[in-house]
Ligand binder design. Structure first.
Ligand code: BGC
Length: 866
């Protein structure tokens, strides 16, 4: 047995700057032996002086994720190293792991000696101002042994030391409600500093703090970007020195003429000041900075993964568009992507190039920008004219497949433009593939929808003047997201945003971080994200703390639901508050809003009962369980006829009633049949919107109509998942009919081509088609439920998922009357397996398989299949 690997603390490998004082450790056992199981662990944590901070002793348990630190109290700047040993099912010791580390941030407000500073020019709600560059030369008595930069901005920052950028993270510190919390980052910058003269520099973008957010103009939280930094240097002799932001810093406005997330960035290379971030620079003409009050929010440590440049894309084509007086050029990236481009050019000084970005083309081959609404997402670059020039913007991102280039000197080749894909660093965890190439393209589109919309906040879309953390969209997609990528920490951060946005009466708004759009209440299926998302993260990653942390606020929210419902009917007709968005973007099928409201009220009450029980709050658990039974009764009294039919015939009504188990068992078959009939009457098309779509295929599968679920999956005419695929889509469209042959583009006012919500079918593809699911009783895939569901003309499907315990695989194929199924159960987990209908004479590794729970290991099953 070899030592455990993948040691993580708070979901990160060797995190720096956490402020959780009882951080949790997770690891993976490595063994491909059947039945490998942890029987005990011992963790040793030592501090920077080699002193033992915690020795857990040998703890007899199979727990290998989220083990809480219980050593001496952790203090600001603590640097700790941990090692781990485990024992297997036969009590054989693994040997000690490689060491891993974690480091605390600044835990007390008094640890901060720095002051908030900024430039002097202030714009208005519609006028932007140039980007300030800030600098501070300083002297160190010798080359430091170590150094940390504690840094953040209200807005965005790029921090530099002696001419070098301190991190690969971008768009830092991201988006939170700056009135509630401001995340700071901590970077190890020891190697950038030298003996003697040094310089610290910062470039500040408006970002979400004072740039444009949705269509409401600028300055949502403040009037200009502000910067806070504290450089702590430790010398060889153990003495320390601190350099902070204060009135001694100076600033100037230079080449970045404007920078805005929605509008784009403009750069004039002639205005560069060479060496401004080096110590020898002559800063005599720079002006003192303003010392500012700083945002109202509390400073908090690392939460959520940073945004990074994840990959580069080369255009597949560049075309000349004849225009007067000069030709323009159109680059096709071949993929609807989110991020920016790197421009390469040479030409005369003063030449300005304009770059416009769009997701799709009009039928006559021009870029289609109407759907961006007021987001101009346009970049400008003015050449300095000294040979080869390369430029990338810093403080903006665009949603695009096409780049229109105007003013380029000469004829650009494909390498003039490189696409830089930008998103939160949520490592890929899932893969899905099957024998149908169109469905594989759908999976590709779902994953790219996720890439494009997980930029610090789960957004609805990445291109128009919206890009908001829409609660409904996130709730709909979260389970699929958790298959594709490791989103635990990403959602941990956003669920904090959700709680930060909670209203006085307990309401949860339609978007978070807070930007009040339709009032404080997000309404059914939107506000419900506050229960559904924590629950899903708990289910997928075993994160119990997320439930603990938010439980009181979730309780307040559920109380608000009860208080604003009438006889337990939520969004009842006379209700004067916000009733909700309904089954958003459904097609010719209006589901009554009180049905959606009451169904979700019941669903979230049941989840709350499960959450309370998980937290050991049995009284709450039974109270919620009882309340849920009453809501269920109210639902059937109001919406089920005595004959057992639902009063609304929409697909979504049936889906919610069945999926949330709201109707008596004896009526389920009839309701399922009505659902199938409606789908059939529409020529095997769905009519569901955001609310019903995620559960549709699952409900059909559970009702024994896998055939209909596959018909919907494989449907190529609209509305369907594959219709956009047949039209060349490379991401998921907001609307089933974003573009149709007969009508062309949908209403430009709301027509995104990169909206992940309908990608929620991904959950069903992984969990049912390929067959990797979790057992709600044993979260984080501690017990895996394998359940392959072959259908359509599929001859194979396979999926893998990098879970907290390791890699899970389900891989089946049908060949000449034989069904072969290979599965991998990671160490320290078990699995149950359900063979598809039509399987008989199941064998594994050449021997008849008698059933029962699978221990960890790899299995190769085959059976007769008819
Ligand atoms: C957004 C959505 C969101 C919806 C609310 C739209 O503008 O793009 O995806 O959920 O509003 O109905």
């Amino acid at each position: 047995m070899s030592p455990p690997t993948r040691l993580r603390c708070e979901y990160f490998v060797n995190p720096v700057g956490i402020d959780v004082t009882d951080p949790r450790f997770s690891w993976q056992m490595t063994s491909d032996k059947r039945g490998a199981k942890q029987s005990a662990y011992e963790i040793e944590v030592r501090d920077a002086n080699g002193e033992m901070a915690w020795d857990s002793g040998k703890v007899v348990t199979d727990q290998s994720i989220h083990v809480k630190y219980r050593g001496r109290p952790l203090v600001s700047r603590d640097k700790l190293t941990w090692t781990l040993q485990t024992w297997d099912e036969n009590d054989v010791a693994s040997g000690v792991s490689e060491p891993a580390t974690f480091e605390m941030g600044l835990l007390e407000p008094t640890d901060w000696k720095a002051e908030w500073i900024g430039g002097s020019i202030v714009g208005g709600s519609r006028t932007s101002v140039p980007v300030p560059f800030l600098r501070k030369p300083f002297t160190l008595k010798s080359k430091p042994k170590s150094a940390r930069l504690y840094v953040t901005a209200a807005g965005l920052y790029e921090a530099r030391i002696n001419g070098k950028v301190v991190t690969q993270d971008i768009l830092t510190p991201g988006w939170t409600d700056f009135n509630k919390r401001v995340r700071y980052q901590v970077y190890d910058v020891g190697s950038l500093l030298s003996d003697g003269q040094n310089a610290l520099g910062a470039i500040l973008g408006d970002g979400w703090f004072c740039g444009c957010v949705e269509w409401r103009g600028r300055q949502l939280y403040g009037d200009r970007p502000e910067f806070l930094a504290q450089l702590e240097v430790t010398y060889e002799d153990g003495t320390m020195e601190t350099i902070v932001t204060d009135s001694s810093w100076t600033h100037a406005y230079g080449p970045i003429i404007s920078a805005d997330i929605l509008m784009g960035e403009a750069y004039d290379a002639r205005l560069e000041f060479h060496g401004w971030d080096l110590p020898w620079f002559d800063g005599a003409k720079w002006h003192p900075v303003d010392v500012l009050e700083g945002p109202k929010g509390a400073l908090v440590g690392m939460s959520g993964p940073p945004v990074k440049k994840i990959m580069e894309i080369t255009p597949i084509e560049v075309k000349e568009i004849p225009k007067w007086p000069n030709a323009e050029y159109l680059f096709d990236m071949g993929q609807n992507m989110v991020g920016h481009v790197r421009l390469r050019v040479s030409g005369p000084a003063g030449t300005t190039i304009r770059l416009r970005f769009a997701e799709v083309l009009t039928p006559d081959g021009n870029i289609y920008t109407e759907n961006l609404r007021s987001a101009t997402q346009t970049d400008f670059y003015t050449l300095k004219g000294d040979g080869d020039e390369t430029w990338e913007p810093k403080f903006t991102f665009h949603g695009f497949r096409y780049v229109e280039v105007k003013g380029y000197p000469g004829t650009p080749t494909k390498d003039a433009i490189t696409g830089i894909v930008v998103h939160s660093d949520t490592p890929p965890t899932g893969e899905f593939e099957c024998s149908d190439p169109l469905v594989n393209q759908l999976q590709h589109n779902i994953q790219w929808g996720q890439r494009g919309n997980f930029v610090d906040v789960p957004t609805d879309c990445p291109q128009r003047d919206e890009r908001l953390g829409w609660t409904g969209d996130a709730q709909v997609f979260i389970r699929t997201a958790a298959f594709n990528m490791d989103v635990a920490s990403f959602f941990e951060k956003w669920i904090n945003d959700l709680e930060d946005s909670q209203g006085e009466k307990g309401e949860i708004p339609p978007t978070a971080p807070m930007t009040p759009i339709v009032g404080a209440d997000g309404g059914p299926a939107w506000a419900d994200a506050f229960v559904i998302c924590p629950w899903t993260i708990y289910q997928c990653y075993g994160d119990r703390r997320i439930l603990e942390r938010h439980y009181p606020a979730m309780r307040r929210w559920l109380a608000q639901q009860a208080n604003t419902s009438k006889d337990l009917i939520r969004s009842y007709p006379e209700y004067e508050g916000f009733k909700g968005f309904g089954d958003w973007l459904s097609t010719k099928a209006e589901t009554p809003i009180e049905i959606i409201g009451t169904a979700f009220f019941a669903h979230c009450t049941l989840l709350m009962s499960k959450i309370a029980s998980e937290l050991g709050l049995e009284k709450d658990a039974s109270a919620y369980f009882e309340l849920r039974s009453k809501i269920q009764k109210a639902f059937t009294d109001a919406f089920l006829t005595p004959g057992g039919a639902l009063v609304s015939g929409t697909q979504t009504t049936a889906v919610l009633a069945l999926h949330f188990d709201l109707v008596p068992d004896q009526h389920r078959a009839k309701i399922a049949q009505a659902l199938v009939d409606d789908i059939g009457n529409r020529g095997w098309h769905l009519s569901t919107g955001f609310v019903g779509t995620p559960y549709l295929a699952e409900v059909l599968t559970d009702a024994g109509r896998l055939d209909v679920a596959y018909k919907l999956l494989l449907q190529k005419t609209w509305p369907s998942w594959l219709y956009p695929v047949t039209k060349g889509a490379t991401t998921i469209w907001e609307r089933w009919d974003g573009w149709t042959d007969d009508k062309g583009f949908q209403d430009a006012g709301m027509n995104s081509f990169n909206h992940y919500a309908y990608g929620a079918i991904g959950e069903w593809m992984y969990s049912r088609v390929a067959g990797i699911d979790l057992d709600p009783e044993a979260p984080a895939y501690k017990r895996i439920l394998f359940g392959a569901h072959p259908g359509g003309e599929f001859t194979y499907a396979k999926a893998s998922l990098e879970s907290m315990y390791g890699r899970i695989v389900s891989d089946w194929k049908i060949e000449g009357g034989t069904f072969t199924w290979n599965v991998v159960v990671p160490p320290n987990t078990t699995a149950r397996i359900a063979f598809p209908a039509g399987c008989s004479e199941v064998a594994e590794g050449g021997k008849a398989f008698g059933g029962g729970e699978l221990a960890s290991g790899s299995y190769a099953f085959n059976c007769k299949y008819a």
